[in-house]
Design a protein around this ligand. Sequence first.
Ligand code: ATP
Length: 235
Amino acid sequence: MDLLAVHDLGCTTEDGSQIFSGVELTLHEGDVVVVQGKSGCGKTTFLKCLAHLNLYSGHILFCGKTPKSYGAPIYRTKVAYVPQRPPLLPGTPRDFLATASLFKSRRKGKGRKDARSSEDFEHPLKIASSWGIDSQLWDREWTNLSGGETQRIALAIGLGLDTAEVLLLDEPTSALDQDSCLIVERHILDALNSSENPLKAIVWITHSPEQASRVGTRFLQFTGGSSYEEPSPPV
Ligand SMILES: Nc1ncnc2c1ncn2[C@@H]1O[C@H](COP(=O)(O)OP(=O)(O)OP(=O)(O)O)[C@@H](O)[C@H]1O
C-alpha cells in the first residue's frame, strides 16, 4: 500500500487566488522527495496541506485512510510538519514538548492526560544535544532563541518523539552553518534507515541544489501553479 497518496491537490487563498492545483505525489517507504521551486511558488503551503494544516481541494490518503479518519491531531503525529521558523509560540520548547507528547500518549491509547513518559523528553533532548543544543535552552522562551537554535530544537522534537512516519521538512537547515547542516542531514537520513525509528519517508523543501543532491531520492519541482517530478536533481 502507498504510504501517502496525493491526488489532484489544490490550494486557494481566502481571497480566491489559486496557489497551486493538480499536484500528484505517491510516497513510498524510503523516499526522500526534495521539493524545489522559486520563492512564493507554494512549497510551504503544499507541506501544510499534506500535514492537514491548510485547507485544500483534492485527496490525501495516509496508508489508505483520510486524515479525518485518524483525527487531525493524531494524523499530524504520523505525518509531521516541521516549519522553517516555528510560529511565535508562547512558552518554552519544553512546554511545547510536553503538549506534543500528550498526543503521542493518546496515540498509544493509554488514555490518560498525564501519560507522558520520561523517554518522550529524553530522545529529543539527546538528539538536540548531539547537535550542540545545551539542555538549558529547552527552558528559554522560543522568542529568545536564535534562528539556528529554534530550527534544531523544532527538528529534534519532530524526530525525537518517534511518532512521525512521514516528516515534512521546510528548509530544515536554512539557518545552520555548513558543518551543522551536514551533521543534521546525516542524522535525519540515518533515522530514516534505522529500524528503531518509525520514520518511513521524508518530503524536504530546500533551496540548495547541493543539499537536494545529497539527500534526495526523488525531485518534485513547483512551477507555474503546479508541479512535476524530475528524474534527477535540477542543477
Ligand atoms: N494564508 C495566506 N493568505 C494569502 N496568501 C497566502 C497565504 N499563505 C500563503 N500565501 C501566498 O501563497 C504563496 C505561496 O506561499 P508559500 O509560503 O507556500 O511559498 P514558498 O514556495 O514556500 O516560498 P519560500 O520559498 O519563499 O518559502 C505566496 O505568494 C504567499 O504570499
